[in-house]
Every structure is written in structure tokens, then in C-alpha cells.
Design a binder for this molecule. Structure first.
Ligand code: PGA
Ligand code: ZN
Length: 423
């Protein structure tokens, strides 16, 4: 029964030059687990609290020295001596130590960094790849999982909204390889279309620099122009839209919902909720859309319900800001049929075990699960193993560019190779 002997946290940087927290857990057999936590920009209002120091004189208020201190001086003394294999107990202790519903006292960033690092240390001490150890925990929690395989990625190839420097309102324009592809085939499709898209944007005199998630961040006249550019890039590649590859959008619509109407650059007059449903229905048909994430504001439950009853048998309607990986919100969505898929983000809820509990409920209700990074990332690959361990339907790790995204795709390549050698 390996025990925790040391826990040390420190402040590091994420991919947006913003401080975040990394924690190292050491066991009595010398084994270590190190993980760091990501950070969102378009956050749902009910996410667990990310504790920042808010001192304008230091890193523009973004330093996380209090969170680091909470790990080193409050959490560590309580966990020294704990059995690292008892993850549920560890997470329960972290939740109780904080004592607030949104982890507002110690911070979800400090709590999650410890939760992830203990899982990793326990996997290593058991001589198991992380995804396999995660799967064993999931099986003990009686989560209904499909067989082990590497999920197909949703590639976010154009970054708008809060992630892009351009003028697009829609946050993520995604290409989705067909589900009959293997992971490495899907990766190749994503990469080849990504490069074609760069050529297409340059040809259209649109800027081809990249945004927070490695997708291009062009200035275009309308959001539809972005879809047109992607469709053209697909035509210029060896792939067929609607056969080999499909499209998806994360609208992060709360950002452009103003006074009950959806304001896009596409049209001077803002769309009423019903008009917006109609707009998305047309897009779905014209661009072979397979997925709409956060198509409406996070409080607009009635509009979600209407949309899901209209298109839910054709597309994945994904709740991100709507659900914030929160069991109560998920419960409401299941009861009202507000969506049919969940975006799974560890740091929205703040511990490993709670994340698995949410996935368990989502799968029991027939939801698709999509394991996701955040827009502010580190080179941590925990989410890659989480996605495989939980047999996620898809992963969302951004574009196949920028180190903090690529490292996650490369970890999936490694896992795919390992799984193929075993079978
Ligand atoms: P975020 O964006 O990490 O900035 O929240 C990702 C998403 O909305 O899916
Ligand atoms: Zn989202």
C-alpha cells in the first residue's frame, strides 16, 4: 500500500503566458506523479473557482501563489501518509477540506493539481499506463464503458470569439473525421486539411496567424466565410465533406447573446432565438454539421430543448458552458432533454473522482462524452489518458499545432500503438 510522503506545488506558466499550478506527489517508494492544470477563457459561470491572487502588481493579478500555498501548507499536511491508491478517499478529503460548493476556499486549481498527480503516481506505482489505471478505477465505479480504443479528435481549425485575434463571433470551427477511421488516419486527415486551410486563407488575403488553440484566427466578412474556407480546403484535399469528414461548431453563444438576441457579424440585425435555431438548421444541412456545442446562452434552457428536439437525432448537441461538468446541471439536461452530449473538463468540477461520477451519469443517460482540454493549456497529457481510459466518443484538443496541443495528440499516437500491440 504505497503512501504519500511529500506534496509540493509550484507556479508555472500556461500557453497564454498566464501562471498556473503544477503539483508533484511523492510516494514512500520514491515514485512521483506530476501534473499541472489548464485554464479557460470562455468559462461557464458555474464552473468551480480558479483561485488567483488578484494583485494587479503581480502578473496582472493572475498569479496563483495562494493556490500554491494552499497545496503546500493546507492540503499536503492532511494527505501525508494517505494510501495513494484510494483516490475516492483522497478526493473526498480535498472536497471536505475546502468545504464550499464551488471549491472557492482552496481553489479548484490547487485541488485538481493534487487530485491528478495522485492518480498519476498511483498508476506508476502499479506499473500501469495512466489510461489503464483510470479505466480500472472507472470499472470499479461501475461506469458503463465501451471497449478500449483511441477516440476520434474534433480539430478546431479556426479560432474566433475569445480565442482568436480576428473578428469571427463563433469560437471554434471544427473538422471531424468520420468515425470509421482509426485514430492515426483521423490525425492525418486533420493535419492535411489544416495545411490546405492555411493556403486557402492566404489565397483569400485573410491573415493565417493562429489563435489560442492553434487554429487560424482570420479576419473575414462573415462566420459563413469561415465555413466556406474550410469547405474549400476540404475540396482541395483528398477528402470529401459529408463522407470522410464532417464539420462542427463550438459557438460559445453566451458571448454574443445580447438582450435575448444573438448578434453575429453576418447580419446587422440580431437573431431572435427562433431565428437562430433556423440559422443553425440551415448550416447543418449545407455544411454537413455533425456537432453544435453551446449553440445558445447557458441560461437559455428552453431554446436548447427546442433545438435538441428538432435536430438532436441528427447532430451532437454538446453542453459545455451549459453543463460545466456538474452533476446537478447534467441532471437538469437529462430530465429536460436540453442536449445529448457532454463536454468533460476536469477543472470545471475540480477533482478526478467527481469528473468520473459525472461521466457515469452522462453515459447512463445515453449521452456522448467528449473529453476536452482548455484554451489555456500546459504540456500535460493527463486528458489524453483520461479520454482513452473512459472510452470517450471524441476528444477536443484544439488544432494539430502548438506544442501544448500536439503533445496530447502525440500521446494518443503512443497509446494507439500500445493498444495495437496488445491486441
Ligand atoms: P475555454 O474554451 O477553455 O476557453 O473555456 C474551450 C471551450 O469552450 O470548449
Ligand atoms: Zn466550449
Amino acid at each position: 500500500m504505497p503512501k504519500i510522503t511529500k506534496i509540493i506545488a509550484r507556479q508555472i506558466l500556461d500557453s497564454r503566458a498566464t501562471p498556473t499550478i503544477e503539483t508533484k506527489v511523492t510516494l514512500d517508494n520514491g515514485i512521483e506523479g506530476i501534473d499541472s492544470v489548464p485554464s479557460g477563457a470562455s468559462t461557464g459561470k458555474d464552473e468551480a473557482l480558479e483561485l488567483r491572487d488578484n494583485n494587479p502588481a503581480v502578473y496582472m493579478g493572475k498569479s496563483v501563489l495562494n493556490a500554491v500555498n494552499n497545496v503546500n501548507n493546507i492540503i499536503a499536511p492532511r494527505l501525508i501518509g494517505a494510501d495513494v491508491e484510494n483516490q475516492q478517499e483522497i478526493d473526498k478529503l480535498l472536497i471536505d477540506l475546502d468545504g464550499t460548493p464551488n471549491k472557492g476556499k482552496l481553489g479548484a486549481n490547487s485541488i485538481l493539481s493534487v487530485s491528478m498527480s495522485t492518480v498519476r503516481a498511483a498508476a506508476t506505482t502499479n506499473n500501469l499506463p495512466l489510461y489503464k489505471y483510470i479505466r480500472d478505477i472507472a470499472e470499479r465505479m461501475v461506469i458503463k464503458l465501451s471497449p478500449l480504443s483511441v477516440p476520434i479528435p474534433l480539430f478546431n481549425v479556426i479560432n474566433g470569439g475569445k480565442h482568436g485575434a480576428g473578428n469571427l463571433n463563433i469560437q471554434e470551427f471544427m473538422i471531424i473525421p468520420a468515425s470509421n477511421k482509426t485514430y492515426h488516419e483521423a490525425l492525418q486527415i486533420g493535419v492535411e486539411i489544416y495545411h490546405k486551410l492555411k493556403e486557402t486563407l492566404i489565397f483569400r488575403n485573410a491573415v493565417a496567424s493562429v489563435g489560442d488553440e492553434g487554429g487560424f484566427a482570420p479576419n473575414l466578412s462573415t462566420n459563413i466565410d469561415a465555413l466556406e474556407a474550410i469547405a474549400e480546403a476540404i475540396r482541395n484535399s483528398n477528402y470529401r465533406l459529408g463522407v470522410d469528414v464532417f464539420l462542427g461548431l463550438d459557438l460559445a453563444a453566451s458571448v454574443f447573446l445580447k438582450n435575448g438576441r444573438y448578434q453575429l457579424i453576418d447580419r446587422a440585425q440580431a437573431y431572435s432565438p427562433d431565428e437562430f435555431i433556423e440559422y443553425l438548421t440551415i448550416l447543418q444541412d449545407e455544411y454537413k454539421m455533425l456537432l453544435f456545442e453551446d449553440p445558445f446562452g447557458e441560461e437559455e434552457w428552453d431554446t436548447w430543448v427546442k433545438f435538441t428536439s428538432k435536430l438532436g437525432d441528427k447532430v451532437f448537441v454538446v453542453g459545455d458552458d451549459l453543463l460545466v461538468t456538474n452533476p446537478k446541471k447534467l441532471d437538469q439536461a437529462i430530465k429536460t432533454h436540453a442536449c445529448n452530449s457532454i463536454l468533460v473538463k476536469l477543472n470545471q468540477i475540480g477533482t478526478f473522482t467527481q469528473t468520473l461520477e459525472v461521466v457515469k451519469n452522462a453515459l447512463a443517460a445515453g449521452f456522448k462524452n467528449i473529453v476536452s482540454h482548455r484554451s489555456g493549456e500546459t504540456t500535460d497529457t493527463f486528458v489524453s489518458d483520461l479520454a482513452v481510459g473512459l472510452s470517450a466518443d471524441y476528444v477536443k484538443f484544439g488544432a494539430p499545432a502548438r506544442g501544448e496541443r500536439v503533445v496530447k495528440y502525440n500521446r494518443l499516437l503512443e497509446i494507439e500503438e500500445e493498444l495495437s500491440q496488445k491486441s
